[in-house]
Write a new protein. Structure first.
Length: 219
């Protein structure tokens, strides 16, 4: 297949599998989404979704959040990991939102990435899912699948994001990044991968990836 044909096949398959696209992280507004995405770094969505109700019961907006101490926040979020850095980030960004943005989550990469503990991927998720601004956040699943599907060289997530934005229509970015995440989790995981279940990779996958898979399966 050409790359154009591969892209069309991916879009068609993902739309068939995920006509309704669930949002992985529970939230009610841009602020709670921002906090949830920050907490999800090197953790699982399932774990984060168990912790955020406890945190948001105490503070679900920046004004209430800064009434908590960093230690208060850390005690609540410990199960998600990296709690020292994340608790400082949550408290610090909440203070900045009040001081510089009238308590509102900003709608630009520049302003979001200026917040403590907020990187490019977190900013992209917030822009995409909270505000509907076209973005293509690249997590480990998307990075892995874009390489498996021979759509990027896999060197780094920056290049993967550039390639995804170049290949896929902008109006589909916000849906596609979520569809690819769900597909990666359900059909093309890093571990316990069964190519027979992975119709996209089986159809358009990079030859070296497919060869390595079959070699590993040989008795």
């Amino acid at each position: 297949m050409t790359k154009k044909e591969s892209v069309s096949f991916i879009i068609k398959t993902l739309n068939e599998l995920y006509p309704e696209i669930p949002i992985p992280l529970d939230h009610k507004d841009p602020y709670t989404l921002l906090i949830a995405v920050l907490l999800s770094a090197q953790s699982t969505d399932v774990r984060v979704n168990k912790i955020t109700p406890l945190l948001f019961k105490e503070a679900d907006n920046p004004y209430d959040m800064i009434k908590l101490t960093v230690d208060d926040i850390r005690d609540i979020i410990k199960p998600v990991g990296l709690s020292p850095m994340k608790s400082k980030g949550i408290h610090g960004l909440s203070k900045i939102l009040i001081e510089k943005h009238n308590g509102q989550v900003p709608k630009t990469y520049e302003a979001l990435e200026a917040l403590p503990a907020v990187g490019h991927k977190t900013a992209a998720v917030v822009l995409s899912q909270a505000f509907g601004i076209p973005a293509f956040p690249v997590d480990t699943h998307i990075h892995r699948l874009m390489y498996r599907w021979n759509l990027t060289n896999g060197k780094n997530v920056v290049q993967t994001e550039k390639d995804a934005k170049r290949l896929f229509p902008e109006e589909l970015w916000n849906d596609l990044h979520l569809q690819i995440i769900w597909y990666g989790r359900e059909y093309s995981p890093a571990r316990g991968w069964n190519l027979d279940n992975d119709i996209i990779t089986k159809t358009i996958g990079r030859k070296t990836v497919l060869n390595d898979y079959y070699k590993a399966k040989k008795p």
